[in-house]
Design a protein around this ligand. Sequence first.
Ligand code: 9L3
Ligand code: MG
Length: 143
Amino acid sequence: MSSQDPTMVVGGAVVDDLHRPTVLLAARRTEPPHLAGGWELPGGKVDPGEEPLQALHRELAEELGVKVEVGEELVAPNGLGWDLPPSHRMRVWLVRVTDGEPAPIEVHDELRHLPLGSWTTGVSWLRADVPIVRALTALAEER
Ligand code: 9L3
Ligand code: MG
């Protein structure tokens, strides 16, 4: 799938430390109605002609008002991206805030900083984000 594909989504696992993460940011969506109230890793669609990492920086600036440093990608088991049914796919990177304090500026109404140990259970994640947060937890726990 190329970066031009309109169904590519990028997400940020905003953590306190890229190498030994102990805190994860969760964001509660306000839209669309069927996803409102669900918690997610912030991010969004890659624009036509945009590189995935450009999109990641743009989305996190728009949604949270922060600049970030990007760490490793949390690669999906299929090597392509995490499934977002029915037709989207999401690539996820560990990121750390370098400028600003995350705020629910645009499409979220609440943010939570979850300590390791409550990443999977601390909020009601969107269905699509559940396996991603599980994989993040496994990664953090082996560090
Ligand atoms: N989505 C799911 N989990 C996420 C993100 C960032 C996005 N962590 C889904 C919700 C939408 C689609 O991907 O159906 C596009 O996301 P957005 O552009 O509405 O944020
Ligand atoms: Mg979004």
